[in-house]
Design a protein around this ligand. Structure first.
Ligand SMILES: N[C@@H](CCC(=O)N[C@@H](CS)C(=O)NCC(=O)O)C(=O)O
Length: 214
């Protein structure tokens, strides 16, 4: 299975999830601006939306949109607990958390701030949204160890990714002690540590400019 990704972008959450679930995926990194894959191919011919993550499933289907990719991976290994069972209330809490992170946090705040197409203008327009957004995430998490239920789920894989961007955008996470403690705790998970180590190495190897992790 191929996972189309960019180092330290939102596809990191899918990378973490695949490792957590024990699902072998081949990481296919690409340049988010030129849309070129490493073999020089046109990524838009693979995934017309042109963004990551996208997963090439064993039957050839191409699945994109982070909430769908994350839940598909989680559902391949239900025993992993990465997504609560369908029709449980926690499943709907998970979908709520994923949509919140994807729309209200990722696309609205961090894409214009640290994304591949960020500009001075977009950064200036969104910098002021970081603190109120971290306030909202902090309130949503409370003093719990995980965003949904009692164990690590794909929502946590996504939130770890988002908090990395926040640190990259120079937010002082110490001002949100529950978020700082949450990130430090989850960085100890072997799958999280492995995915981040691999992607940081890939990020450095490609010499991606500092303002392009998302
Ligand atoms: N709606 C998509 C958005 C994904 C997205 O914005 N991915 C970023 C990386 S974090 C990207 O590929 N940006 C490049 C682009 O949009 O051209 C999802 O939730 O998966």
């Amino acid at each position: 299975m191929d996972l189309y990704a960019s180092p330290m972008a939102c596809s990191l959450a899918a990378h973490i999830t695949a490792l957590e679930a024990g699902i072998p995926v081949t990481m296919r990194y690409l340049d988010l601006v030129s849309k070129r894959t490493d073999d020089g191919g046109d990524y838009r011919a693979i995934s017309p939306n042109g963004y990551v993550p996208a997963l090439r499933l064993p039957d050839g289907t191409l699945l994109d949109e982070a909430p769908a990719v994350l839940q598909w991976l989680a559902d391949q290994n239900p025993a992993s607990g990465l997504a609560p069972p369908w029709s449980s209330m926690d499943r709907y809490r998970l979908i709520s958390a994923l949509n919140f992170l994807s729309t209200e946090v990722h696309k609205k705040v961090f894409a214009p701030l640290v994304g591949a197409h960020a500009t001075d203008e977009s950064r200036a327009a969104t910098r002021g949204l970081v603190e109120p957004t971290l306030d909202r995430i902090s309130a949503r998490l409370g003093e719990r160890d995980t965003l949904v239920g009692e164990t690590f789920t794909v929502a946590d894989a996504y939130l770890v990714t988002v908090l990395h961007w926040a640190v990259h955008a120079r937010a002082q996470l110490a001002n949100w002690p529950n978020l700082a403690a949450y990130l430090a705790r989850h960085l100890q998970r072997p799958a999280v540590a492995q995915a981040i180590a691999e992607e940081k190495a890939e990020y450095r190897r490609r010499n991606v400019p500092a303002a392009q992790p998302a």
